[in-house]
Design a protein around this ligand. Structure first.
Ligand code: SAH
Length: 367
């Protein structure tokens, strides 16, 4: 398809170009965007895969998102928050294993006690994990939902330097369809602005395959990432959960499963082609709908993996959706995984380096 080749040769892309790329269905065309995404990755970042050990330290949540198993109205499971010393011990162990960065993720809790708790964890982890190979300690990404500017600033001052907050959908109407009236699109958007102005390397993302979502919505999502000048992306497929208001969509979800996975791959590749120097994660949800889903995500242009370091007895409790990874082979044996990535895709897993997105530094002037 000559038209596709012409599009792929461009440096910048129109809305129509993005729609065309996301609408491709033939193996041949999808292979072309996959190859292009890999070429862009090599040009702008390199072949390295960076690891962020994921610690899901609490499933307590004050939100009621219609797709999420942790929503506050789901009373069907036990809530937990890990002890500070346990979180710090996991982080120390991660650093010993060669992880240079961690993600501290939780449900959304907005109170002073939680703010202090997170600040103290971050502070202590930064101090304790300083070493010759990590002179500034572990790189810490936070993913604790919407907070005030002051809270974000406090956590930044404590030493967290990246923050993930998915916009979930950049279309206000679609956002409102999947969130209760108290949770507003505007407020999420303002949080992202606030994170950027504080100086965080800022990550966002969307859920792919939400009922009613179209190629046009996903195209606008990529344009949103570009216009918001985001540094990191974490997108994943929508996955059914039995105890949510979306449970009625189970049959439709099953029916669309393969298409949703393919669209997730296309979203990674096209985001890489359009955004170029941002970090893109191959998220855990990919593994829940396809064997080796994360690996395939990496092969389509992602460069970050988040192996699960949550203690085993709490993994089942952090159930965002059905079939979530509980045994994480990547976390258990990163060395074997690194070898596999090299043999299969000529990609190198990088230990002992934070692996920040070049985009943050390339665009910092003028922020
Ligand atoms: N409280 C934090 C972390 C939320 S969990 C925050 O608000 O950022 C991390 C992500 O899981 C969410 O942003 C959401 O996009 C995703 N998620 C939740 N339920 C899901 C589901 N059923 N299928 C796929 N992804 C889901």
């Amino acid at each position: 398809m000559n038209r596709l080749k012409k599009i792929l040769d461009r440096k910048s892309f129109s809305k129509e170009d993005i729609i065309t790329m996301l609408s491709l269905t033939s193996d041949h065309d999808i292979d072309l965007i996959c190859k292009k995404a890999n070429a862009v990755l090599l040009d702008h970042i390199g072949s390295g895969i960076y690891l962020r050990g994921l610690i899901e330290f609490s499933n307590i949540c004050s939100c009621d998102c219609y797709y999420c198993g942790l929503r506050k109205s789901n009373k069907d499971f036990e809530r937990y928050i890990l002890k500070k010393n346990d979180i710090i011990a996991i982080a120390i162990n991660a650093a010993k294993k060669g992880f240079a960065s961690i993600v501290l993720q939780s449900g959304e809790i907005q109170n002073e006690k939680f703010t202090e708790f997170v600040a103290d964890c971050v502070n202590k982890i930064k101090q304790i994990t300083k070493s010759d190979s990590l002179p500034d300690g572990l790189g810490i990404t936070l993913c604790c939902g919407e907070q005030s500017n002051d809270v974000y600033a406090k956590w930044f001052d404590a030493g967290a330097h990246r923050y993930l907050l998915r916009i979930e959908s950049s279309d206000r109407k679609l956002f409102e369809k999947f969130h209760p009236p108290g949770q507003s699109y505007r407020s999420r958007y303002e949080c992202l602005k606030s994170l950027k102005s504080i100086g965080y390397q800022t990550g966002t993302g969307v859920i792919i395959g939400l009922p009613g979502q179209t190629v046009d919505h996903l195209t606008e999502d990529i344009i949103f990432f570009r216009d918001m000048d985001i540094d990191m992306l974490g997108m994943g497929p929508y996955i059914h959960h039995n105890n949510t208001p979306l449970s009625d969509y189970k049959a439709l979800w099953e029916k669309n499963r393969n298409d949703t996975f393919l669209m997730s791959m296309k979203m990674i590749a096209v985001s890489r082609i359009v955004l170029k120097d941002v970090n893109i994660a191959a998220t855990t949800a990919l593994d829940a709908i396809e064997v080796n889903g994360r690996e395939l995500g990496v092969s389509f242009g992602a460069n970050v993996l988040m192996p699960l370091l949550t203690p085993e007895n709490h993994r089942a409790g952090y159930k965002l959706y059905e079939g979530k990874t509980i045994i994480d082979n990547i976390a258990e044996d990163t060395a074997t995984f690194a070898q596999k990535m090299h043999e299969k895709f000529e990609r190198i897993v990088i230990f002992d380096k934070w692996g920040d997105a070049p985009h943050y530094f390339n665009n910092k002037i003028g922020r």
